[in-house]
Design a protein around this ligand. Structure first.
Ligand SMILES: [Mn+2]
Length: 311
């Protein structure tokens, strides 16, 4: 896969070129063939919890020469190593869709991306990014030069190329990776409406995702919060790995398999006032697509939790 970068390097302003579009929309949906050489894994919302991912990759003996790791997005914010997680996007075996946190970060830095200068690191456009977990970026602000560090700029450039949907393989082996959900915004007022593989194929052909679909992909919580007694599998929609809304174990509704189990929640359980024993199940989950097995690592427990998922 080719990786394209745009030059936002404020420290090399002679190379600076203004951008007219915050995201590279040509790559909103990426299709990949089945991995015939190795295994495919999907990991839940990393939120900077890089060390948990390292534990999991070691536990499954992830083979960087043959296996692929997909991410449901939200690589950054809240946890300890946000930039390190973003830098995973440079690895040839790593494929992440854009989450609402990457989107907020790009919107926050839009004036910087346009001007190449950042006079102060304040939330002037009202997005709330800094308060919503983005405070870590302060460490990379170079006030004397009114710009971010070079490695941070590189991370921003990587975000611009993140798609909203990865669609992998064909037929019965097909699966998708998204951040939140593929559900119509009219879901509650109308009949159940989950989008289908055929919609994804059409958006891919048209190289355009409708804006209301993009909102659901980034922010939707209809499925995970309402559950709605819906069947686990939605005919016409292949297994769709997603995150965004955490639970204590992977669960499936209308073909959406949510694998966000609250990695950053396990970082500081006290904040959540959760007396429930279940809280030790929070962590980062890595899902083995072909074998429907998963493993979870947490900051609050030494041992990994292994599970097998059956629809
Ligand atoms: Mn999210």
């Amino acid at each position: 896969m080719s990786r394209m970068f745009f030059n936002i390097a404020a420290h090399s302003k002679h190379l600076y070129q203004p951008i007219d579009n915050i995201m590279n929309n040509d790559t909103s949906i990426r299709k990949l063939p089945t991995n015939s050489q190795g295994k495919d894994y999907v990991v839940g919302d990393l939120h900077g919890c890089f060390s948990l991912l390292e534990l999991l990759l070691e536990a499954v003996q992830f083979d960087k020469s043959r296996d692929r790791l997909f991410s449901v997005g939200d690589l950054i914010d809240r946890g300890p190593d946000s930039l390190r997680c973003l830098q995973l996007l440079e690895e040839p075996w790593f494929y992440a869709v854009r989450g609402n946190h990457e989107t907020m970060m790009m919107e926050f830095f839009l004036p910087y991306l346009i001007n190449g200068k950042l006079k102060q690191l304040e939330d002037v456009n009202g997005i709330g990014f800094l308060d919503y977990g983005g405070n870590w970026v302060r460490a990379y602000y170079q006030a004397d030069q009114q710009c971010m560090s070079a490695e941070f700029d590189r991370g921003l450039a990587l975000i611009r190329e993140m798609p909203l949907i990865y669609s992998v393989g064909e037929g019965a082996n097909r699966f998708h990776v998204i951040h939140a959900e593929l559900i119509s915004t009219n879901y509650e007022s109308l009949e159940k409406v989950a989008w289908f593989d055929s919609d994804i194929d059409r958006w891919h052909e048209e190289q355009s995702i409708p804006s209301e679909v993009e909102q659901s992909l980034l922010w939707g919580r209809t499925l995970m919060l309402k559950r709605l007694n819906s069947p686990k599998v939605r005919r016409g929609l292949s297994t769709t790995f997603c995150g965004h809304t955490y639970a204590t174990s992977p669960s499936q509704v209308l073909s959406h398999l949510c694998i966000d189990t609250g990695a950053y929640v396990s970082l500081n359980l006290d904040e959540y006032n959760d007396d429930d024993e279940d809280c030790f199940e929070f962590g980062l989950t890595l899902f083995d697509v072909q074998n429907s097995r998963w493993v979870s690592a947490s900051y609050q427990r030494e041992e990994l939790i292994w599970g097998h998922y059956s629809a």
